[in-house]
Design a protein around this ligand. Sequence first.
Ligand SMILES: *[C@@H]1O[C@H](CO)[C@@H](O)[C@H](O)[C@H]1NC(C)=O
Ligand SMILES: *[C@@H]1O[C@H](CO)[C@@H](O)[C@H](O)[C@H]1NC(C)=O
Length: 444
Amino acid sequence: MRLTAPPRSTSFFSLIALPATLGLLVIAYLIALSKRPNIPKSAQIEDPHQWGFPKWYGKSATPYDYSSATLGSDEKICEHPKTVLLFIDLPYDSPRIPSALNVLSTLQSSNRFNVSVISTFSPDWNSDLSIRQNLEVAGCESKDWIWRIGDYTESSDLGCDKALWIEEEMNKPGKANVSLLSQPHHLLRQDTTHGSLQTTNGDQWELGLLTAVLPAEHASLNEGLIYDSSPHVFYPSRRVTSRRSVLYLPSRSTSPKEYPRLPWGRTWSIYSPSRRSPPQIKQGEDPFSDKSAWKKFWLKEERRLASAIRDAGICLFEGWPRGQLDDRIVKAMLSGCIVATVPPQTHHDAFLPLFIPLARPASVALEPKLPVQDLTHVLSTYSNSQLQHLALKAFITARNRLVPASRLKSVENAVTIWEGGGRGYDFKDGFRWDCDSGHGGWCN
Ligand SMILES: *[C@@H]1O[C@H](CO)[C@@H](O)[C@H](O)[C@H]1NC(C)=O
Ligand SMILES: *[C@@H]1O[C@H](CO)[C@@H](O)[C@H](O)[C@H]1NC(C)=O
């Protein structure tokens, strides 16, 4: 009788038993994971601090995107696109160039429009001819619309009367059929009253439609594009390490010598916009082609700004006491940076809850001090979870209302009003102009 068992031969079964059991465990774990109840979406929107941001945040199209609501009948193949001549009447180094390029790419990507572009720095601009002649050479007489951005050339005799003129970024608005103002309360300025417009433009002039449209910025994804093939740069970071850090953003035109002194400590930092000028446009080079060094320069500047505001908790822009909703604020909202500002008058009730409200300084000095105490105090009234919620809410609103597609729609609506005989001042809902804006002149 043998008491010892014979040495077992290592069977095939025993070789795979352990890995197979492990594998089964992993599969069981994965099944358990997939059956785990999902975090309700509403909870993630109410409290991203606790539940994490919704999975589309900074990654993909959101359920709130403007375009997802309007893609459909509106965007069907358009057989007769409107022909538009975009006249970018700005110097080649104007800080307004990025928003003009936005208008261009928005028109290019919409199938309702067939756009061509001209500018004093285009290769086909002939400086021996008048501006009017240049526009004629560009075929303005056969266009449906001429969309002029800026009035750098200061010319008002532009001809091309068959087309409908749209203008924005004007020092002296009111000449075109449809004038787009950047702030609704500019409709009430001294220099846009009917009387003063008539003095500027002469007796033959007729009042068109003056209206205000919201600013807009291209939204973007981490790795991909939503609306069109133009470059997108503004999207939020899913992890902001220091939600209470404040980034102060001076304007491009402000000299570093005039930058305000930041309070001591690690929570404040300053963004220095590049001081470089864009490259000169070479002879014969098309500045508006994707390959142009000039266009790449602007894109690079925007990318640099985007990555700074994406990582900041709070954004404070130079000019915060003016309380104006502008494209810088939109960029911050799309990038998940909470904006601290005197609350804008524009769509006041809708937008007020999206900002950290600052008090208007008693006097708007040339160089107002940083609102350090005020901001620290207001911030102390917010919990971390409220701050994360605010960032998400502002992001959702921007994606819904402050993207180029929605802005283009507002412009088309204004044109429709004009075509229906609408003349005068278009006061939209949500419009208010009170002492808080600091512009009234009746408040002191
Ligand atoms: C756009 O307009 C140009 C000339 O104005 C024309 O050659 C081209 O076919 C048009 N494109 C579309 C899509 O209509
Ligand atoms: C735009 O306004 C001008 C001046 O009031 C007018 O002559 C022109 O016909 C208008 N454009 C269109 C398309 O009606």
